[in-house]
Design a protein around this ligand. Structure first.
Ligand code: SF4
Ligand code: SF4
Length: 676
């Protein structure tokens, strides 16, 4: 019988591992066919990420129940590698034990504990899948569009791995070949052994040992052909992802040297082969869990964009193009243009670049970079984009702001102030601490101006010396960049950097989170290095150090909306709340979706200047949630969020009851009955 055990067990294993190995080899060639990726070597950060995200399952644990279930499944499979060694050893010797630890009862206990924990987790996964079945919940299900049949098959296969394991261990106990000193410590197998008839123990041991080996080997094949590839790819993807996260700056700053453009020059990503190997690894790693889809403001308001479906569509196209990509069958299928065939234009242009998908993805897929890469190709190579954005691009190019008002208007907002704001000419005087980067909305939009005025008044009140660039300031380039017009972005950024360097700017305080993000995180690659803070951070510091004190005149409920580019992209969550909480009489109420889970206002990614004709408007969705808190002020720290939320409050007919204002406006309101 031992010979049969060896022949069957090893035969099945060699066959299955051969098939799986071939598939992994193919996959590795496919991923390596991608373009070079800009991945600086950061071993310490990679190790940290492996410990925190893979071993600690930090991102998965954000969703408590499925997170705990996944934690035990992942660790269960890791610990149960011991049982795989034992099973293969038992093929050759019934009394096989792993050297040194192989007889320890504690090891038997741990193995059984994790076997049971995995089984319980599988029940939890099944309940979650049944409760969220796409057939029941349609688009509201995070599994909508995922391969649910394959997911059920995986649950079944994992159950079989555990069940066959427990039965063969129980039969081993009954037949006297269990390797551990005390059978009872392996409590689950021990309990099962009690119901196994002594006469059938050896037969059951043989059958279930072989079944266990066969299921494990078959599982390898299944994994290599399914979304469960993530078991092997996720640690690699996490280890090679951008650190600290794929948010804030965009990944690549392409060389936009137009003088050396040749026929072969490609800006952005037009075809699957234009993606980098890291992006191809992203596509292969997606687990189809749908966490990104469930938090996407576009998807949840009825748009066709789901970050999960984008990644799945790109993966399917990559697999379908494999022969061409890895150099076989070059004359076969022509490479396919992605947008319009694989990715619908409405999908591409619905993205607000809010980063909620990146924040949620447990395997660190970098959706925003992929979307902007495709936008770049559409804008720079094909001139295909929503035509209403033409005006934005023209205004940015000709006047340096989205409204086309021009630099001469950039100091008008200071006219309402009862003190003078110095406009820099020459270099910034030594006694001026901060250059205040006002931003286009703060300087030029009537509602945005309130934010700039409030910020200036608060800085003045706290005795902070600051000056502005006035006509020399121009759009930071954020909308051009997120829209895909990298050329325009770089032109604008370089001009701004030239102005900033010429005036000797060192410390910049910005009111617009988009400017804040771009100047802080993206200008350094183009030669602009400054200490940049957002006014929420500066105000919190001034309050903490006693230089600014709120009044007590205002009593009411305030909710705070996290701007994506201040919150998720730059992790500034505490400071704006500290500012609000410093006001006596103010009750700060949180929306359900806040901080890292905050929900976009709908303006980012240049969406502010595009029509929104599909589904519910994102700003309406966010404002409904804000109104649901019962707050009488919806506060934020971004002029574009203010505009979007105020539009929605007005559209809701609540303009008389609920005010939308920057956090500076809330402090000012608290001061209305005291000195101002
Ligand atoms: S960045 Fe925001 S809008 Fe764009 S796909 Fe991700 S979640 Fe959706
Ligand atoms: S992209 Fe990430 S979050 Fe979205 S389905 Fe895939 S693994 Fe899940």
């Amino acid at each position: 019988m031992m010979a049969a055990r060896i022949i069957i067990g090893i035969g099945v294993t060699v066959l299955c591992f051969g098939v799986a190995g071939k598939r992994f080899h193919w996959l590795s060639k496919l991923i390596r066919s991608g373009q070079p990726a800009h991945r600086p070597y950061q071993p310490r950060k990679a190790v940290e990420a492996e410990v925190i995200e893979v071993a600690g399952q930090k991102k998965l644990l954000k969703w408590t129940v499925p997170g705990i279930a996944h934690f035990f499944t992942m660790w269960g499979f890791t610990v149960l590698l011991l049982t795989i060694i034992e099973a293969y050893g038992a093929l050759f010797a019934r009394d096989f034990a792993i050297p040194i630890i192989g007889h320890w009862s504690a090891v038997g206990f741990i193995e059984d504990f994790f076997a049971v924990a995995v089984l319980v987790s599988l029940v939890v996964f099944s309940i979650i899948r049944l409760k969220n079945a796409p057939a029941r919940k349609q688009r509201a299900s995070r599994f909508y569009g995922s391969h649910t049949g394959a997911a059920w098959l995986v649950l079944l296969m994992i159950s079989l791995v555990i069940v066959t394991l427990l039965v063969y261990r129980a039969a081993q106990q009954k037949s006297g070949h269990f390797p551990f000193q005390n059978d009872a410590w392996a409590f689950a197998s021990y309990g099962l052994a009690k119901i196994i008839p002594a006469g059938s123990a050896t037969a059951l041991e043989n059958i279930f040992l072989l079944a266990n080996v066969a299921v494990i080997a078959g599982f390898m094949v299944f994994v290599s052909y399914s979304k469960h590839l993530h078991i092997f790819l996720a640690p690699i993807n996490v280890g090679t992802s951008r650190r600290p996260r794929a948010l804030g700056k965009l990944d690549k700053t392409p060389d936009m040297d137009m003088e050396n453009v040749t026929e072969d020059t490609v800006f952005g990503v037009g075809k699957i082969e234009d993606f980098t190997w890291k992006q191809m690894l992203d596509f292969s790693t997606c687990t189809e869990c749908g966490r990104c889809q469930s938090v996407c403001p576009a998807w949840t308001t009825g748009k066709p964009l789901s970050p999960k479906l984008v990644i799945m569509a790109l993966r399917d196209n990559m697999f379908a193009s494999a022969d061409r990509l890895i150099g076989k069958g070059e004359e076969a299928a022509e490479s396919e243009s992605l947008v319009g065939t694989v990715i619908d234009p409405d999908v591409l242009w619905s993205c607000t670049t809010c980063g909620a998908c990146v924040e949620q993805c447990p395997v660190d897929i970098e959706h925003v970079d992929a979307i902007v890469d495709m936008r770049r190709y559409e804008v720079l190579m094909e001139s295909r984009f929503p035509q209403e954005a033409n005006l934005l691009l023209r205004n940015l190019e000709n006047q340096g702001d989205p409204w086309g008002l021009g630099g001469s208007k950039r100091t008008d907002w200071t006219n309402t102030l009862d003190f003078e704001v110095p406009v820099v000419s020459g270099t910034i005087p030594d006694d001026v601490e901060y250059l205040y980067w006002v931003g286009c909305a703060g300087a030029l939009d009537d509602r945005g101006k309130k934010q700039a005025e409030g910020t200036a008044r608060m800085l003045h009140r706290a005795g902070v010396s600051f000056a502005i660039l006035g006509p020399q300031e121009s759009c930071s380039g954020d909308p051009a960049r997120r829209f895909g017009n990298e050329y325009l972005f770089q032109e604008m950024a370089k001009a701004n950097i030239e102005s900033l360097n010429a005036v000797g700017a060192k410390k910049i305080v910005a009111s617009c989170p988009h400017c804040f993000n771009t100047i802080k995180n993206e200008y350094p690659e183009l030669g602009g290095n400054y200490e940049v803070i957002h006014h929420a951070e500066l105000l919190a510091h001034l309050i903490e150090t006693g230089r600014l004190t709120a009044g007590g005149a205002y009593q009411g409920k305030v909710t705070y909306h996290d701007p994506c580019y201040l919150g998720r992209h730059n992790r500034v969550y505490a400071e704006p709340r500290e500012v609000l909480e410093s006001i006596p009489g103010v009750e700060v109420v949180e929306m359900h979706r806040c901080k890292g889970n905050g929900f976009c206002c709908g303006a980012g990614g240049a969406r502010m200047w595009m029509e929104e004709n599909i589904g519910k408007r994102v700003n309406m969705e966010r404002t409904d949630e804000a109104l649901g808190t019962g707050a009488d002020i919806i506060s934020t720290a971004c002029p574009f969020c203010m505009i979007m939320l105020d539009d929605a409050v007005q559209a809701n007919g609540k303009g008389d009851e609920v005010k939308v204002m920057d956090i500076t406006g809330v402090i000012e309101r608290s001061l209305t009955k005291t000195e101002r």
